[in-house]
Design a protein around this ligand. Sequence first.
Ligand SMILES: Cc1cc2nc3c(=O)[nH]c(=O)nc-3n(C[C@H](O)[C@H](O)[C@H](O)COP(=O)(O)OP(=O)(O)OC[C@H]3O[C@@H](n4cnc5c(N)ncnc54)[C@H](O)[C@@H]3O)c2cc1C
Length: 390
Amino acid sequence: MDFSFSPEEESFRTEIRSFLDSHLPNDWNDRDTIGDEGAEDGSLARTITKGLADKKWLAMAWSKENGGLDATHVQQMIYNEETTYARMPGGGGMGVAWVGPALILYGTDEQKEQYLPKITNGDDIWCTLYSEPGAGSDLASLQTRAVRDGDEWIINGSKIWTSGGHYANMGWLAARTDPSAPKHRGISTFVMPMDAPGVSVRPLPNLAGEHGFNEIFFEDVRIPGDSLVGVENRGWYQVATALDFERSGVGAYANGKRSVEKLVSAARDEESLVQQNPTARYELADRWIEVQVGFNVAYRIPFLQSQGIIPNHEASVSKLYGSELSQRIAGTGMHLLGSISQLRPGSPYAKLGGAFAQQYMTAVSSTVAAGTSEVQRNIIAQRGLGLPRG
Ligand SMILES: Cc1cc2nc3c(=O)[nH]c(=O)nc-3n(C[C@H](O)[C@H](O)[C@H](O)COP(=O)(O)OP(=O)(O)OC[C@H]3O[C@@H](n4cnc5c(N)ncnc54)[C@H](O)[C@@H]3O)c2cc1C
C-alpha cells in the first residue's frame, strides 16, 4: 500500500507553504498561540482571503465552471492541512466547505450564478442555521417555520449556537415547511441574507470567554420565493449531505500536530517539566502517534471521493477521532505544564502564552460541535458496522 503523496501533490504543498510564508508576519510561527489569531483586527484575514481568491485557491476542488480549479480532493485537503497548521486567518469558511458544495448539488442555475462567485472570491461569509434550543442531535425536530406567502417565504423562529452569526452576511437555513408531514420529510433549506429585516443576533460567549457563537431570532422575516434551495420538504437529506462535508476535515489533526510540537519543544527546552511529570513523556509519545493515525483517517476521505464515493460513516470516524484527540492533547498540555498551565493568555507568568489553558476549555465543545461523539458512534455502529438501532 502506498501512503505517499505524488510529486505533484508535494510540489503543491510547497507552493502553499511559500504563499503562507510570504503573507504571514515574520514572527507568526514563534507566537505562543495555538488556535485562531483572535488578536488580529481582521485586515490580515481580508488580505489573505483576497490573495487566495486571486489564485482561485479558496474553492480549488470545485469545477472550473463553478469558480474552482478542478483540483483533486487530496489537494484540497493538503491546502486545508497547511493553512490550519499555519493558523492562517481568513479563507473560505463554511461557504467553501459545505454551503457551496450543497448549492452545486441542489441549487438552481440562477442560485449558482448568484452565490458561488461571491464564495469563491471571498466576498460572502456564511453561517449555518440548523440547531435550535430543542433540536440539536435530533435536528429533524426543528421548529423554525417557513411559510409561503405569494412570491415570498415568511420565516419565524430561532436558532442557537450559530458560529460566526455575528459577522456572516449570509445564512444557510433549515426550516420546517410542512408541519403535518413526518418530521424528516417536512424540512426545506434556504439562503438567508443576515441583514433581512426581522433577523436579530444575540452573542453567546463560551466557557473560555470567547464570542464564537450566537442565538439568532427570526420575526416575520420575508425572503424571496427563490431562496428555497433544492426540492421543498427534501431539505433533511440535503442537510445530511452537507453535514458529511462538514465532518470530513483535517483541521483537528493539523492543529493537534502543531500543539504536540509546541509541547515537545517546551519539554526539550525545560527538562524539569518532564522530570516533575515522568508519565508526560509517554503521554506525548501517545499523542504524537495518534496525530499520525488521525492524518491517515482524514486522508482516507479524499481518497474515497477520488473514487467517486461520498464518504459517510468514514467522515464520522474522522470527526469523532479528531475531536476526542483534541481534548486528549489539551489534557496532556495541562499535565506537562503543571499547575502553571492554568494561567490564561495575558498573564505574565503563563507558559506558552496560556494557550493550553484556553485550548483545554475550548476543546470541551469539540465533541459537541458538528454532531456529538454519541451521534458519530451511532452513525458508525449503524452505517459502518451494520448494527441494529439501540
Ligand atoms: C463550538 C460549537 C459550534 C457550533 N456551531 C453551530 C453552527 O454554526 N450552526 C448550528 O446550527 N449549530 C452549531 N452548533 C450546535 C451543535 O451542532 C449542537 O450543539 C449539537 O448537534 C448537539 O446538540 P445539542 O447541543 O442540542 O445537544 P443534545 O442533542 O441535546 O444532546 C445532549 C446529550 O445527549 C446525547 N444524545 C442526544 N441524542 C442521542 C442519541 N440518539 N444517542 C446517544 N446520545 C444522544 C448527546 O450526545 C449529548 O451528550 C455548534 C456547537 C458547538 C459546541
